[in-house]
Design a binder for this molecule. Structure first.
Ligand SMILES: [Zn+2]
Length: 501
């Protein structure tokens, strides 16, 4: 079905070079819409729907051209906003990375589909993000839902925080057809039809893609015409060629001589930027009904994702404000746990626009160790984007800088915002108290060494975030000078301790 439809998309008239469209075949959706209308259970609205999505980040076989994770994070935030009034929460099941030229450039080909089937996740919506999609005509296919394979394919340029394409394709996934269904291949033009329209059916796509009953403005045939949904008004697909012209339709009449009034801001139409996009109440009910069908059981996994809001900005700890690093490698980038976040995109580079030797990682702890060797006396820039699987739109917090250096200022643990050791001097046999104020939890080893550096006492301690006290026993230590040393991955802290007779 899909391939035969794709073969027809070239029918788009060559004078409309900029036509952009979705190549989702409509007939299977119309069948699902009819089935869902019979099953529609509005009472289920109100039940939270958690919708897992596997994003396939496809690159060329050489590993080039892959969409960025940041664009997907923006997209997840955007689609959650689009579906926010439908008790629907999309979340990232996982990012799947692979490199394949066929999928990257011709995702409808047999070679590509074989590769995609191997990687399809069986418990989430699969979105393959590619470079280009086949088109046999002058128009551009932006995206489609493939009902046979039950996956979505989108050009990478459509996945971001501003495009509504994914919200549209997910509408197809949940059974919605285009409101202009039937006009897909042959939109209304004065060359193809009279005005008023004087026929009952649209022109079929050549070789497939059926003719559809033309919807009337008075809604007398809305259950069987167009998308078969009555609260989406008639739409003769003027949006295809006049995507930004929100009032193009003011003179076009249906068979009754009534001027058609399409909903130019419907998510499932082809109009662009006419108004904030919306779904109609019936479309929302159909999406909800489809989610609860047997066919969609595989995405109803029972998993409840983290939906805690992420409270940015990131509180950076070190290295910041241009300070010099302690060495050229194994440099710890450290920040406070961001409330709500359980993942972070961390990125560093040699320039503030992050184009010079950028390195990017996704980590689960609020720290990252640079393992490559940096160039001495060069300024580096780093930034962090906190998120969790469903709350993804925080963006990068403000960029930090440091200079790669051979600094040896080791008497420091950045997380320790204050400390004291008292009494000091301390009488032999009396407890000395190490009091710490820390910005996060971490473990450290605590040593007491003699003046020549021999460790006499070693213990592991957990330093909780906030204020804590750690008693030091001096009973077995003769009078003299000692060092109390705390070691952790985050640095070292050294303090002199004098024990008196
Ligand atoms: Zn579509």
């Amino acid at each position: 079905m899909l391939r035969s439809f794709l073969a027809l998309t070239g029918l788009f008239i060559s004078s409309f070079l900029s036509a952009q469209y979705c190549s989702t075949p409509q007939e299977p959706l119309l069948e699902r819409t009819d089935a869902n209308k019979k099953a529609m259970v509005p009472v289920q609205r109100g039940v939270q729907k958690y919708i897992p999505v596997t994003f396939h980040l496809v690159a060329s076989s050489a590993g080039a051209g892959r969409i960025t994770e940041e664009n997907i994070l923006l997209q997840v935030a955007s689609i959650n906003a689009s579906y926010a009034d439908q008790e629907a929460k999309f979340y990232i099941d996982r990012f799947n990375y692979f490199d394949n030229d066929a999928v990257y450039n011709t995702p409808g080909s047999n070679a590509a589909r074989t590769q995609m089937r191997l990687r399809k996740d069986n418990n989430s919506i699969n979105v393959f993000i590619v470079n280009s999609i086949e088109s046999t005509g002058p128009g551009t296919t932006l995206a489609y839902y493939d009902p046979q394979e039950d996956w979505l394919v989108s050009r990478k340029g459509e996945i971001n925080g501003a495009s509504s394409t994914l919200a549209h394709e997910v509408g197809h996934f949940f059974s919605l057809a285009h409101p202009f269904s039937g006009w897909d291949c042959n939109p209304f033009t004065l060359d193809s039809y009279t005005n008023p329209v004087d026929v009952d059916f649209t022109l079929p796509c050549e070789g497939g893609g059926g003719s559809v009953l033309i919807e009337l403005h008075d809604r007398s045939n809305c259950l069987t015409a167009g998308d078969r949904i009555c609260d989406t008004p008639e739409d003769y697909n003027l949006g295809l060629f006049y995507q930004n012209d929100c009032s193009e339709n003011t003179t076009i009449m249906d068979k009754n001589g009534e001027i058609i009034k399409p909903m130019t801001n419907n998510f499932m139409s082809y109009y662009r930027e006419c108004a904030v996009y919306a779904f109609t109440p019936t479309q929302k009910n159909l999406i909800n009904t489809d989610f609860f069908t047997f066919q969609r059981a595989y995405i109803r996994t029972g998993v409840i994702p983290n939906t805690t809001p992420v409270v940015d900005p990131v509180a950076y700890i070190t290295p910041i404000n241009g300070e010099e690093s302690n060495g050229l490698t194994n440099i710890l980038l450290d920040w406070d746990d961001t409330p709500g976040a359980n993942k972070y995109v961390v990125m560093y580079a040699r320039n503030s626009s992050f184009t010079l030797n950028p390195v990017k990682e996704i980590v689960t702890a609020s720290e990252y160790v640079i393992t490559e060797t940096l160039n001495e006396n060069i300024n580096y820039y780093w930034r962090v984007w906190p998120y969790n699987e469903s709350m993804t739109g925080a963006g990068y917090s403000v960029t930090q800088t440091f200079k790669a250096g051979l600094g040896v200022g080791i008497n420091e643990i950045r997380e320790i915002s204050g400390y004291s050791l008292s009494p000091n001097p301390v009488a032999g046999g009396v407890e000395a108290m190490l009091t710490l104020s820390s910005t996060k939890d971490f473990t450290a080893s605590l040593e007491i060494t003699d003046a020549s550096g021999h460790a006499l006492v070693t213990e592991k301690i957990l330093i909780p975030s906030g204020y804590s006290q750690h008693p030091l026993q001096t009973t077995d230590l003769p009078a003299g000078l000692y060092f109390v040393i705390m070691h952790s991955e985050k640095g070292n802290l050294v303090e002199r301790l004098l024990i008196l007779d």
